[in-house]
Design a protein around this ligand. Sequence first.
Ligand SMILES: Cc1cc2nc3c(=O)[nH]c(=O)nc-3n(C[C@H](O)[C@H](O)[C@H](O)COP(=O)(O)OP(=O)(O)OC[C@H]3O[C@@H](n4cnc5c(N)ncnc54)[C@H](O)[C@@H]3O)c2cc1C
Length: 390
Amino acid sequence: MDFELSDEQRMVQRAVRDFCESELKPYAAEVDETGQLRWEAIRRMPDVGLTALQVPEEYGGAALDTISTAIAIEEIARACGSTALSLAAHNGLGCGPIVRWGTTAQKDAYLPKLVGGDTLGALALTEPGAGSDLAGGVQTSAVRDGDTWIVNGSKAWITNAGYAPVITTLTRTSREEGTRGFSMLLIEPGTPGVTIHAPEKKMGLKGSPTQMITFEDARVPHDAVLGVEGDGFKQTMQTLDSGRITIGALSIGLAQAAYEEAIKYATQRRAFGKRIADFEAIQWMIADAAMEIEAARTLVHKAAWLKDTGKDYTKLAAMAKLLASEIAEKVCRNAIQIHGAYGYSREFPVERIYRDERLMTIGEGTSEILRIVIFKRVLQEFEQTLPAMA
Ligand SMILES: Cc1cc2nc3c(=O)[nH]c(=O)nc-3n(C[C@H](O)[C@H](O)[C@H](O)COP(=O)(O)OP(=O)(O)OC[C@H]3O[C@@H](n4cnc5c(N)ncnc54)[C@H](O)[C@@H]3O)c2cc1C
C-alpha cells in the first residue's frame, strides 16, 4: 500500500474540494436550518462525478477506486454533513448494489436516472423492530403470486427514500431457509401500496431526509429481484462492509472540519493576555485531534486499498469505521470545548458538526456491533494460528 495519494487521487481531491468550497460549505448552515438539501448543487454534481463515484463509465459514472471514493466523501463531509450522508447513501447503498448485482436490464432501467443529479438512491434494510439484528428481526415479506411478488411490512430510517427512483429493499422471500430466505427487491416508490412517510425530525443531518416506508400488498414484478433469489442477506452484509469505509470517510470529513474551526478559533481568541492557542491544554487537544484524524484516515484508506485489491476487508472496514466515528466524536466535542460558549451557539459551525457527527457511531453498524465483528475475526485468526503454535 502506498502512503502517498496518486496524482489521480490528488486531482479528485482538488476537484471535489473546489466544488464543495463554493457549492456546499457556504450553504451548510442553511441546509441544517431549513432541513432541505441544496438541489442546485446536487444537480451540478454529475460534472465532478459525485453522483456516480463507482458507477462504470458506460453508465455515465466516474468509475473511481475506493480510496478516491473515500476522499470524495470526506471532502463533501468537510463542507456539509447532511449532503455527505445523502451522497454516501446514494453512491454506496443506492447505486452500489445495482452496479454489483443488477442485471443489464436493471442497470439500464435505473443507473441513468440515478446518476443524473435529479434523484438520490436508497437502500431499505432497517425496520421499526430490526436494526442490528436484521437476520432475526426483518419481517417485511415478499410472497410469490404468479409472475409478481406481494410485499407487506415496513422499513424505518431510510435515507433519501423520498428522492429515490427505486428503493432496494431487503425482504423475506422464504421463512424456512434461515439467512438464505432473504432477497433484495428493486421497488419503485410509485407502486400502488407503497407509502413514503414524512421525514423524521432528527438531532442532526437535518437536510438529509430519513423516512419510514410502508408496503401494503404492493405488487412488484418477479424479475425485480436483485441478483439471485435467496442472496439478500449476503448482499446486505457485503454492502455494509463497503458502506463502513464510506461512513469512516464521512466521520473523518466531519472531524477535519471541526478541527480546522478549532485551530482558527484558538489562534484568534484571547484570554489572560494571550491567544488561547498558547495554552498547553488547548495545544494538546489540537495535537490529539491532528494525530487521531491522521490515524483514522490511514485506516480508512487501508480498508479501501484492501477492497480495491480484492482482499478480505471485513475486519479492516469495521475497524476503520469504529475508529473514525469514535475519534470524530472526541474531536468534535473538543472543538466545542475550545470555542467555549461560542461553541454552544448556532453562530459557529462546530455546534452543527457535533450534532451531525453523532450518527456515525450508530448507522451502518453500531460501535457495539463493530466490536463483535472485529472480535469474531480476531478470534478466527487466533484459532487458525493454534495448529502452528502447538
Ligand atoms: C439518520 C439515519 C439514517 C439511516 N439511514 C438508513 C438507511 O438508509 N437504510 C437503512 O436500512 N437503515 C438506516 N438507518 C438505520 C441504522 O442503520 C440503524 O439505526 C442501525 O443499524 C442500528 O439499529 P437500531 O437503531 O435498530 O438499534 P438496535 O439494533 O436496536 O440497537 C440498540 C442498541 O443496542 C445495542 N446492541 C444491539 N445488539 C447488540 C449486541 N448483540 N451486543 C451489544 N449491543 C447490542 C446497539 O449497539 C445499540 O447501542 C439510519 C438511521 C439513522 C438515524
